[in-house]
Design a protein around this ligand. Sequence first.
Ligand code: SF4
Ligand code: ZN
Length: 470
Amino acid sequence: MAAAAGAISLGFPVIADTEVPEIPASRFCLHEALVPEPKHDRIVERVIEVRPITIKLKEIPLPVPYSGAFEGERVRKENMRVQFGGKYSRAFELLVAAPADRIRDGKVELIGDDIDRVPDGGSLPLGILIEAAGRKMAKDFEPILERQVHSFINWAMGVMHMGQRDMIWVRIGREAFEKGFRLRHLGEIIAARLHNDFGAIVNKVQVTIFTDADEVASRIGEAEKIYRERDLRVAGMTDESVDEFYSCTLCQSFAPSHVCIISPERLGLCGAYNWLDGKAAHEISPAGANQPVPKTGLVDPALGQWRGINEFVFESSHRALSKLNLYSIMRDPMTSCGCFEAIVAIVPEANGVMVVSREYPGQTPLGMDFITMAGMVGGGVQTPGFMGIGRLYVTSPKFISAEGGIKRLVWVSGDLKRALKDRIEERARKVGEADLFDKIADEETAVDSAGLLEFLQKADHPALKMDPLL
Ligand code: SF4
Ligand code: ZN
C-alpha cells in the first residue's frame, strides 16, 4: 500500500493483483487511483480502462486487402459466395454503449454457422451487435458510431455493405472467401476501426455476430425498439427552434456531390441520422462529415431556402449544386445518394405523390418498381419530382410542405403504410383530413394509374382538389 501511495502521488494510477481497497479519483489521479484486479488475464484490459488508453492498430490482420479504395466496390451476384439481408434474409446491425466491466475488449463471438457452412451463392440471417465502452462514450453517440459500420466493412476488398439498422445488405465475394475471409473478420474490422477512428471516446469494443435464425429474429425486435427510441428523441423539435442545421457528407464516397441537410423535422435520407445525431457527431469529430450549417439569409420560408445553406451546399457538393429547397420536391429538391429508405415521386395524373419503400418488391402506379426508380434518383443529383427520403420524413410537418404536405399523399407501398399508420393518422388530423389514411391507395388498391385515379375519385382524395403540381 505504501509503494502504491508513492506511485499515486507521482500521478500514476496503480492496478494491484491483490485484494486492496479501491481508491477513487484523487487530486493526483484523473481517474481511479488504486484499483484491485486479481485476475492476471484481465489486468492489461483493466489498465487500458483506468488510464484510459487509446489503442490504435496500425494494420488490421485480414486475409484480404483493406483500404478506402474498395469502398465503392460492388460484389456482383456471379462473384458472390454468400449474402445477408436485403431481400434474402433478416439482418441488422446495432451499436450500444455498455458498462466497461461487462464487455471484453477485442472479443468477437459468432453465434450460429460461419459462411463455410452455407452452399455457394446462398444466404444467412445476420445480426451484428457491437458493444462499446469508454469514459466519454454516451448513449447519444451510439447512432453515429453505428452508422460508420457501413464504411468500415466496405473497405475490405470483396466485401460489400449497404444500408443501415435493420435494412442492411451484405455480400462476401468468392475470392475473399477463398482467401480465408470469415464472419469473425467483420467483428475484427469493426473493433479495430472504432479504436483507431474513435479512440477518444471508445476504449473497449466487443462484437457478437449472430447467424442463428432464432437469435436474429428475437434480437432484431430488441434492436427495432432501440431504433424507435432514437427516432423519438428528436420528436417535438421544430426547424424554427434551432439556429443551425447539420450537414452529412458520409455518402460522398458513393455519390460525390451528395449532401444531406438534416434539420429537426427532416432526418437524413438513410433514416439513421437525425438532427441530434448530427450535433453529437460534430462534437465527436469537429472536422468530420457532419458540420453545423447556419440558417442565415432566409430566402423563402415556404420552400425552405436559406442563403447560408445554399452557400454551404455549393462548397460541400464540390460546386455541383447552388440552390437547395429543403421543403420542396419540385424545385431544387435535396439530392439523393443511394441509401434512402424510401422514394417519394410525383404522380402527375393524380396531382399528388407516392412513396415506395425499399422493401417493396412490386410495381407502382408510375409503372416502375423501387429498383428502377432508385437508379433514376440516386447518385447525388437533383431530380425534381423524385426524392430519396428517410421513412419518418413522410409524417413530418415539413414533408414537401411547399407543395401542400401530407395531403398530397395518394399512394404508399403497403409495408410502409402499415408501419406509419398511427403517425399518418395523427398528422392527417392536424391538417384537418382525419380520414386521409383510408383515402391513400397501396398495392392492394392499385398498381396502375387508371386504377389509382378511380380509387382516389371514389375516395374523394384531397389531392384532386389542390393546386396543380405541374
Ligand atoms: Fe449521412 Fe445522408 Fe448518407 Fe445518411 S444518407 S449517412 S445522413 S449523407
Ligand atoms: Zn447514402
